[in-house]
Design a protein around this ligand. Structure first.
Ligand code: PCA
Length: 205
């Protein structure tokens, strides 16, 4: 039995819905010897990392796929790198503003995703999902969590592989944002199911 932990975020920034959690909560679920654990993560600097690392230490997943909303992006973005910097103009859901501060004091400058980023993108594209490698997860809570989880796994020598997928707005979120791309919930869910399938096939992990 192998466990894959998939996480999504609470709504933030004035949105009432976050497509990441909407999709993660609708994933296909367990199949064969693969167990899917879903986890809702607060969109806060304090709490997001602890929520996910706590689940990793409890579940020992072979992989953790963190998912977040990247409003304005048009495709499923598989993130290559997490950097040791928080720098956002907007506060998190606890009202905390982080401007130009490290995620982990004296931590390494950056960590690369330990999931096979290029293979995931190729696998998504080959089955008709708009997907791209992204070289920045931003400098807000998503990058913060991504960095914190990779740091946890690296410093404790865990076997868990970790990666991050940013997803576009849902169509309903862009009704009042002309020109902004969106993706249907059905497509996002199917795309994330496909990511899990890619990871569990062909000994990717
Ligand atoms: N997206 C934000 C934080 C939570 C989310 O879903 C980000 O990209 O940092």
């Amino acid at each position: 039995m192998m466990t894959i932990l998939v996480t999504g975020f609470e709504p933030f920034g004035g949105e009432v819905i976050n497509p990441s959690w909407e999709a993660v909560s609708r994933l296909q679920g367990d199949s064969g010897d693969v167990r899917i654990e879903r986890l809702l993560v607060p969109t806060t600097y304090t709490g997001s990392i602890e929520t996910v690392t706590g689940a990793i230490d409890r579940l020992y997943p072979v992989a953790v796929v963190m998912v977040g909303q990247a409003g304005g992006r048009a495709e499923l973005s598989v993130e290559r790198v997490a950097v040791n910097c928080d720098d956002a103009q907007a506060p998190d859901n606890a009202g905390v503003l982080h401007e130009d501060i490290p995620v982990v004091v004296q931590g390494p400058t950056a960590y690369l995703a330990t999931l096979p980023v290029k293979q995931i993108v190729a696998g998504l594209r080959s089955t008709g999902f708009p997907a791209a490698v992204s070289n920045t997860a931003g400098l807000f809570v998503c990058n913060h969590l991504f960095y914190g989880v990779l740091h946890h796994v690296a410093t404790r020598n865990l076997n868990t592989r970790a990666g991050f997928v940013h997803v576009p707005f849902l169509p309903g979120q862009v009704a009042d944002k002309p020109g902004t791309p969106s993706m249907s919930l059905e497509t996002i869910v199917a795309g994330l199911d496909r990511v899990v399938a890619i990871l569990t096939s062909n000994a990717r992990l």
